[in-house]
Design a protein around this ligand. Structure first.
Ligand SMILES: Nc1ncnc2c1ncn2[C@@H]1O[C@H](COP(=O)(O)OP(=O)(O)O)[C@@H](O)[C@H]1O
Ligand SMILES: [Mg+2]
Length: 319
C-alpha cells in the first residue's frame, strides 16, 4: 500500500511543490556550493564557531593518498566523500586490531582496502553527479548514552528542517544492522518523528513501513527524550543566519563528550520526514509563510519563539 494516500489530507508536501515553491524559490543557487561540499561546509562552520566534528585531514589528489599512512596513529575516525549523500561512501572506523581497522559492522580493513576506498572517492564513485571528488577524515562521534540501547551501533542523527530560519519539522534517525553505522534512511536506518515542543520521539518508520520498535534492538521508538534539545534548535537557527538558505535540512549528531555537532546541511532535504512524523509539512510551511516579511532578519530567539507558537497553535487546531 502506498503511504501517500492516507497522508494527503495531512498536507503532504510533494517533490514538485518542494522544488518549485521551497528549494528553488528560497535557496539562491550561488549558496549551494557551500552545502553541497562537506569540506566547504566545515570551513564555514569553523569560521562561525558552529560545533562540528573536527577535520583530521583531506585528500584532494591521488598523490596525496600517501597521507593515509598517517592513520596508523588513529584508532577511530570516519572517512567521507566531500560531495557524497545518503551515507554513500562513508566508512565509520571504530577500532584498530594489529594492522587492521574495524568498521561499525565489524568488518576489518587493511591499509590497502582504505587506500582503495579513498581512491574510489576521488574518482567520484560516491559523489553527486559522479564527478571527481575529495575525501576527508574526521573525528568519530560516539553516541550519547541515551541512544545506546535503542540504536544498533552507529550514531543516530537528528534532522531539523528550517523554513525561513524557523525550525519546522524534525526527525531522529537510528542506525540499524543494515545501515552499517550510518543513520541514513536509504541505508536502512529507522526514522522517528519528533514532538518539537517536547523534544521527544514519536513512532518510527523503516523502509517506508510504520514500526513501533527498532528492528534489531526491539527497543520502543517512541518516548525517547532527545538530550540538548533546545541547544539543537538554537544552533540550527543560528546556522541559518550563516548559510542563508531559506529551506534547508540540518543534520546533527550528539557526541557523548562534545554534545550536539552539525554534520551537514542539505539544500534539498528529503520528504520522508513527513512519514516519520505522520504529518505533512504544508500546514507548518504555510503558517511560517504567512508570518509576512522580515522573519529572516529577526534574531534567532524570536524565530524560535515564533516556531513554538505556530506548533502550539497547529496542535490546538487553531491555525
Ligand atoms: N563523524 C562521524 N562519527 C560517527 N558517525 C558519523 C560521522 N559522520 C557521519 N556519521 C554517520 O553517517 C551518517 C551520514 O553522515 P552525513 O555526514 O550526514 O553524510 P550524508 O550526506 O551521506 O548523509 C550520519 O547520520 C551518521 O550516522
Ligand atoms: Mg546526512
Amino acid at each position: 500500500m502506498s503511504w501517500i494516500g492516507p497522508y494527503r489530507k495531512f498536507g503532504l508536501l510533494g517533490m514538485n511543490r518542494r522544488n518549485a515553491c521551497y528549494t528553488l524559490a528560497r535557496n539562491p543557487r550561488r549558496l549551494y556550493p557551500l552545502v553541497d561540499d562537506k569540506l566547504k561546509t566545515k570551513q564555514v562552520l569553523e569560521q562561525n564557531q558552529l560545533p562540528h566534528p573536527e577535520l583530521y585531514f583531506s585528500i584532494v589528489h591521488n598523490f596525496e593518498l600517501k597521507f593515509l599512512r598517517e592513520i596508523k596513529f588513529l584508532k577511530e575516525f570516519v572517512i567521507k566523500p566531500a560531495r557524497g549523500a545518503e551515507g554513500r561512501g562513508i566508512v565509520v572506523i571504530v577500532d584498530k586490531h594489529e594492522n587492521k581497522w574495524k568498521k561499525s559492522s565489524g568488518e576489518l580493513l587493511s591499509i590497502e582496502d582504505i587506500e582503495y576506498h579513498v581512491s574510489n572517492i576521488l574518482a567520484g564513485l560516491f559523489s553527486l553527479g559522479g564527478i571527481d571528488d575529495q575525501a576527508f577524515l574526521e573525528y568519530r562521534v560516539r553516541s550519547h548514552v541515551i541512544f545506546r540501547s535503542v540504536a544498533y551501533r552507529g550514531v543516530p542523527d537528528i534532522r531539523v528542517i528550517l523554513f525561513r530560519g524557523v525550525p519546522t519539522m524534525c526527525m531522529l534517525r537510528l542506525p540499524t544492522m543494515e545501515s552499517d553505522g550510518k543513520a541514513n534512511l536509504h541505508q536502512g536506518a529507522v526514522g522517528a518523528g519528533v514532538d518539537m515542543l517536547a523534544g521527544t520521539t514519536l513512532g518510527g518508520v523503516h523502509h517506508n513501513r510504520l514500526i513501533d520498535r527498532h528492528p534489531d534492538t526491539q527497543v520502543p521508538i517512541a518516548g525517547i527524550k532527545i538530550p540538548f534539545w533546545n541547544d539543537i534548535l538554537e544552533t540550527a537557527a543560528r546556522a541559518f543566519e550563516v548559510f542563508q538558505l531559506g529551506y534547508i535540512g540540518i543534520d546533527f549528531v550528539i557526541d557523548h563528550i562534545l554534545g550536539p555537532l552539525i554534520l551537514e546541511l542539505n539544500a534539498r532535504p528529503g520528504l520522508n520526514i513527513q512519514l516519520a512524523n505522520h504529518e505533512g509539512l504544508l500546514p507548518r510551511l504555510r503558517a511560517i509563510e504567512s508570518l509576512g516579511p522580515g522573519v529572516e532578519q529577526m534574531n534567532f530567539e524570536k524565530r524560535l519563539a515564533l516556531g513554538r507558537e505556530i506548533l502550539h497553535n497547529l496542535k490546538e487546531g487553531r491555525s
